[in-house]
Design a protein around this ligand. Structure first.
Ligand code: GDP
Length: 444
């Protein structure tokens, strides 16, 4: 996960000041110094750091803090607000043209993740916003890129417009627009060509395309792993094309996060989305405030809730509640639950969104053992239908069979059965408490 080092340093700095009932100018000075070092180490642009620290110091020693009841917390609030502001303040929404289709040009260097992100964005627009996008392959210099987009289109069951490698990209884009209008697509996502470096020919082509198709958005896709280079690339693309937003990819990787924290300040263009993995559903709207919260160890509960809402539908949740109440929760339900949690994303990513996750030693060092989960799954899948419904019939010969079928051991099977029983017991207690409450008895 990105920002880990930065988060750790900032959090230990902040811890020192949190409980303080009184914050002296010296305290603020020391904190500002440490925040400055942490940011520089995270590869945040030098000038950006300088301005940010200046603002934090001014605000932290000013009226705002002195008048507050708990100055320590107030200082942290200032740091959080400034970090949020640094990353763009409000979350920036994607444009919607009042004369559809809305046209989006995806630009960026080769390998930044442009093609993948085009697919991800189309997927997100359809899934979350109920839109019907048309993907357009304009990287005629790399036939593999066209193929890649077509493959993504197939995976997503989404149309891809391409005219091969012999037509001029500007022409392809213009034709795609006509096609989108005729077929009533409301978004057009153009995957343009990339180069290894910022290059005059490419810029000329992109500028010509921009004039021709009049895009509503020009998204620059940059690789967060490239640190300060990402910031430089953003600066040159912005100068030449006047981009409307940035999509940062590979934020799931081990990046120091400096790019995310500098791009808005340097280009004055918002980060609109963040790529959090290679899969097609791993693109998230970028929320500066939530990101600042995450960096400062305050968690990102809102994103967690959103993820849960996306994967768990209300009807299923109600059914589950009913099963818990009537004690008819079975291994089949258990399997389904695991599936839903898995759909929310990798477990360590989910844990990183919990408040204080960085600070809890146990949690931080938790190696979320996805393998162990797959063992659990294999064990349940090796049970017969009857066994899943009524685990009490699982005797020792059945246990042996299940262990063999799932490639595990009898003691692993025993452990799971025990855990399942305990879980049921807990559910029973919980539902009894609730019933008690309903009857007005409550717990004493
Ligand atoms: P393009 O040359 O800019 O079109 O880049 P591609 O779309 O071909 O992506 C280059 C590589 O980066 C591919 O292997 C992608 O799977 C990978 N990639 C793209 N976005 C992400 C992301 O958010 N996280 C991770 N881990 N990999 C990504």
């Amino acid at each position: 996960m990105a920002f880990e080092g930065l988060a750790e340093r900032l959090q230990s700095t902040i811890k020192k000041i949190t409980g303080k009932g009184k914050v002296s100018e010296q305290d603020v000075k020391e904190m500002a110094r440490e925040v400055r070092l942490a940011l520089l180490e995270a590869d945040v642009n030098y000038k950006v750091v300088k301005d940010l620290i200046k603002r934090i110091r001014e605000r932290a020693v000013g009226q705002e803090v002195m008048e507050s009841l708990t100055p320590g917390q107030q200082v942290i609030k200032v740091v959080k607000e400034e970090l949020t502001e640094l990353m763009g303040g409000e979350q920036s929404k994607i444009a919607v043209s009042d004369r559809p289709p809305t046209v989006i040009m995806m630009v960026g260097l080769q390998g930044a993740g442009k093609t993948t992100t085009s697919g991800k964005l189309a997927n997100l627009l359809r899934k979350k916003h109920n839109r019907s996008p048309l993907l357009v392959a304009c990287d005629i210099y790399r036939p593999a890129a066209i193929k890649q987009l077509e493959t993504l289109g197939k995976q997503l069951d989404m149309p891809v417009f391409s005219l091969g490698t012999d037509t001029n990209p500007v022409e392809i884009a213009a034709k795609a627009l006509e096609k989108a209008k005729a077929d009533h697509h409301d978004y057009v996502i153009i995957d343009t060509a990339g180069r290894l470096h910022v290059d005059g020919d490419l810029m000329a082509e992109l500028t010509e395309m921009k004039e021709k198709v009049q895009p509503d958005e020009i998204f620059l896709v940059v690789d967060a792993m490239t640190g300060q280079d990402a910031v430089n690339v953003a600066e040159s693309f912005n100068e030449q094309l006047d981009i409307t937003g940035v999509i940062l990819t590979k934020l799931d990787g081990d990046t120091r996060g400096g790019a995310a924290l500098s791009i808005k300040a340097v280009t004055d263009k918002p980060i609109k989305f963040a790529g959090m993995g290679e899969k097609l559903d791993q693109l998230e709207a970028f929320h500066p405030e939530r990101m600042a919260s995450r960096i400062l160890g305050m968690g990102d509960v809102l994103s967690l809730i959103e993820k849960a809402q996306e994967t768990v539908n209300e009807k299923q949740a109600k059914e589950l509640e009913e099963k818990m109440r009537t004690m008819s929760f079975t291994f089949d339900d258990f399997l389904e639950q695991m599936d839903q949690v898995k759909k929310m994303g990798p477990l360590d990513e989910l844990i990183s969104m919990l408040p204080g996750a960085n600070k809890m030693k146990g949690l931080k060092n938790i190696q979320v053992d996805e393998k162990q989960l797959s063992h659990v799954e294999a064990i349940i899948q090796s049970m017969t239908k009857q066994e899943r419904q009524d685990p009490s019939i699982i005797n020792s010969s059945r246990k042996k069979r299940i262990a063999k079928g799932s490639g595990t051991t009898v003691s692993q099977v025993n452990r799971l059965l025990k855990q399942f029983n305990e879980m049921k017991k807990m559910m029973k207690q919980m539902t009894q408490v609730q019933k008690g409450k309903k009857k007005g008895k409550g717990m004493k």
